[in-house]
Design a protein around this ligand. Structure first.
Ligand SMILES: Cc1cc2nc3c(=O)[nH]c(=O)nc-3n(C[C@H](O)[C@H](O)[C@H](O)COP(=O)(O)OP(=O)(O)OC[C@H]3O[C@@H](n4cnc5c(N)ncnc54)[C@H](O)[C@@H]3O)c2cc1C
Length: 378
């Protein structure tokens, strides 16, 4: 075993950390307060090759591994979860279906724009009436005599679908009774309408919308992979997505911990820094311990995926643990900040709001436990 991160991973961490601290950090509060999508930052991330990190270079990607991608997302979330989820949803939910299941034509048509970050991709599985119970989707795609598909239905809570640079959404639809398939729908297609942005507790700078499909016609070539493979495909996509969300949880927890540590060292109470109080020291010690454990879980899941080994179970362990640990860490970090932690001027209040979705998105904590238990054969 070798626990040293290879030099290229360390270099990537430093590059992303530098960008996050010096470019994203200074505007994060403003983007959050005004619920502004970080268009310029996404452009910069694209120019730096960070919008397609784990995809093959010949397809326009960064040619790096999943561990690199996880580290990049972790470093973004250490400063700003909205930017981190924009990259993560674009990469693992939006672009990876085309990398994994797309035809040569689809790859050629879409991947150069997506991997460069000139266009954003989204993935639409959730509907107003079905989230965890994905088999209950109602959106339908009817095959036409010429092979085209006509889509009718609604999607809910979809990330990245309605920005100025959103290029496409891959949606899951019923193509026959009990048969699901995935279809690519380009922005601008007649009958496809991203709704207005949803107002959220956190992730204010991330784009989240309902989507409407009304007699939306897409050509036969927009079917992703073989007909009827929708269910299998999205389960595979969500397995990878769990590494992304775990990386956001880890980065958010790391950032919250660092803020709490710094604050505790400069805030005085009863004549000394609160960091000298054992009650505060124990909180900080617990935080560091759990973050270290989470990092091992996450990097192990990424390591397995990079070796082509079964990783879904490890990704669920990492996703569940980081979702819950980030909750504990950010809660204690606000506590250490006292009343100032409740004020918007301190980034920790944004971190607190941004954390909750990690226990819901891409498989709730309850669903992760079901998946993990299934892996145990019980
Ligand atoms: C900000 C944001 C961004 C999102 N982005 C996307 C996106 O890009 N694409 C996309 O497709 N979706 C997206 N989602 C949707 C997200 O994945 C779902 O919200 C999530 O899967 C939960 O589904 P639900 O909201 O319908 O909750 P439900 O499935 O209705 O669950 C409600 C509660 O019941 C519990 N529950 C449900 N079933 C079980 C069970 N069998 N056993 C125990 N408990 C159970 C759940 O754990 C939860 O606590 C996003 C959501 C948000 C809030």
């Amino acid at each position: 075993m070798n626990y040293d991160l290879p030099a290229e991973h360390q270099a990537l961490r430093e590059t992303v950390r530098d960008l996050a601290e010096n470019v994203i950090g200074p505007v994060a509060e403003e983007l959050d307060r005004t619920s502004t999508f970080p268009l310029a930052i996404v452009g910069q991330l694209g120019a730096m090759g960070l919008m397609g990190v784990p995809f093959p270079a010949e397809l326009g990607g960064g040619g790096a591994d999943i561990l690199s991608y996880a580290i990049a997302v972790e470093e973004l979330a250490r400063i700003d979860s909205s930017v981190a989820i924009t990259v993560a949803a674009h990469t693992s939910l939006g672009t990876s279906p085309i990398v994994l299941f797309g035809s040569a034509e689809q790859k050629e048509r879409y991947l150069p724009e997506l991997c460069s970050g000139r266009r954003l991709a989204a993935f639409g599985l959730t509907e107003p009436g079905s989230g965890s119970d994905a088999a209950a989707i109602r959106t339908r795609a009817a095959e036409q005599p010429d092979g085209a598909w006509v889509i009718d239905g609604e999607k809910m809570f979809i990330t990245n679908a309605g920005t100025a640079i959103s290029g496409l959404v891959t949606i899951t639809a019923l193509t026959a009774e009990g048969e699901t398939s995935n279809l690519i729908v380009e922005n601008g297609t007649a009958g496809y309408e991203p709704g207005p942005p949803l107002h959220k507790m956190g992730w204010h700078a991330s784009d989240t919308r309902p989507l409407a499909f009304q007699s939306c016609r897409v050509p036969a070539g927009n079917l992703l992979g073989p007909r009827g493979n929708g269910f299998r495909q999205f389960l595979e996509i969500l397995d990878g997505g769990r590494i992304s969300v775990a990386a956001i949880g880890l980065g958010l927890a790391q950032g919250a911990f660092e803020q709490a540590l710094a604050y505790a060292q400069q805030r005085n109470a009863f004549g000394r820094p609160i960091a000298k109080l054992q009650a505060i020291q124990f909180k900080l010690a617990d935080m560091e311990t759990e973050i270290a454990a989470a990092r091992h879980l996450l990097y192990h899941a990424a390591w397995l995926k990079d070796r082509g080994r079964p990783f879904a179970h490890a990704a669920s362990l990492a996703k569940l643990y980081t979702a819950e640990l980030s909750h504990r860490v950010v809660n204690e970090a606000v506590q250490i900040h006292g009343g100032y932690g409740y004020m918007d001027e301190f980034p920790i209040s944004r971190f607190y709001r941004d954390q909750k979705i990690l226990e819901i998105g891409e498989g709730t904590n309850e669903v992760q436990r079901l998946v993990i238990a299934r892996g145990l054969g019980v």
